[in-house]
Design a protein around this ligand. Structure first.
Ligand SMILES: C[S@@+](CC[C@H](N)C(=O)[O-])C[C@H]1O[C@@H](n2cnc3c(N)ncnc32)[C@H](O)[C@@H]1O
Length: 238
């Protein structure tokens, strides 16, 4: 089972030989790939919706992977029991949906050694939430498919050392690793922030003005970070 660059990057963050749960699996491409390549001995492929659940069942059956991939139907982490898996993957869902899923079933994650997450939106909020809730970022990668950027992150239980909110929002390990796509990615965030700011400046409400000040400050740091990255600074210390 060939993976797209995005899913290949997700697979790249899964250590060899671990049991995995792929929550929101849809087509179960990742689970089938993980067992076919011998990376994982056992994967739970779970989805809350009927259509993706059935698509996953068909994919697993067609690949003859039924003894190593178990397809389950249900929401979030409620489909797994504590100790059943070592790594939990959530890819292709919104960052806030990922936060809600983790928050609702924390006990299930007591024995989990790593989360591999690929939020479609709100990557910054997800990093901040992880840092405040006993998870530390251990790796991040940026992938571009067509015109779209995808952030993939790995987090493990522990204390996040990065205290700088701005860097946590942008992706401290993307900055540290000096990802080749980083400048382009930050430019996109800058453009989105500028659009948001021009929308806010048309409003006179106090709330909008506060938000506009927040975004202006963020833009100042963002421009500084982009300049440093352009100059080839390998490490940005805030
Ligand atoms: C866009 S697909 C992503 C599929 C795959 N993980 C990927 O990255 O290519 C998102 C999937 O998450 C599922 N989903 C959404 N909320 C969920 C939840 N609370 N629990 C389990 N699955 C969920 C949807 O049904 C959908 O199949």
């Amino acid at each position: 089972m060939e993976l797209t660059p995005r899913l290949a990057a997700v697979a790249g963050f899964i250590p060899q030989g671990v049991r995995v749960a792929d929550i929101g699996t849809d087509h179960a491409m990742l689970p089938v790939n993980l067992v076919e390549t011998g990376k994982s001995p056992f994967v739970i492929a779970a989805d809350v919706n009927e259509k993706p659940y059935l698509a996953a069942c068909r994919q697993v059956q067609a690949a003859g992977a039924g003894s190593r991939v178990e397809v389950r139907k249900g929401s979030g982490l409620e489909v797994i029991r504590p100790g059943e898996v070592d790594v939990v993957v959530m890819a292709g869902m919104g960052g806030n949906a990922i936060i809600n899923i983790i928050d609702q079933c924390r006990g299930v994650l007591d024995d989990v050694i790593r989360l591999v997450l690929q939020p479609m939106t709100d990557a910054g909020s997800l990093r901040l939430w992880l840092a405040r809730n006993g998870w530390r970022l251990v790796d991040e990668e940026l992938v571009k498919e067509g015109e779209k950027f995808y952030v993939i992150m790995a987090a493990e239980p522990g204390i996040e050392n990065q205290q700088d909110h701005f860097l946590l929002e942008m992706g401290p390990l993307l900055v540290e690793k000096y990802s080749p796509l980083l400048v382009e990615y930050l430019e996109k965030i800058k453009m989105d922030s500028q659009k948001m700011l021009s929308g806010l400046t048309r409003s006179r409400s106090e709330e909008s003005m506060d938000k506009a000040v927040e975004i202006t400050n963020r833009l100042t740091r963002l421009k500084e970070l982009i300049n440093r990255c352009r100059q080839g600074a390998e490490k940005y210390s805030g």
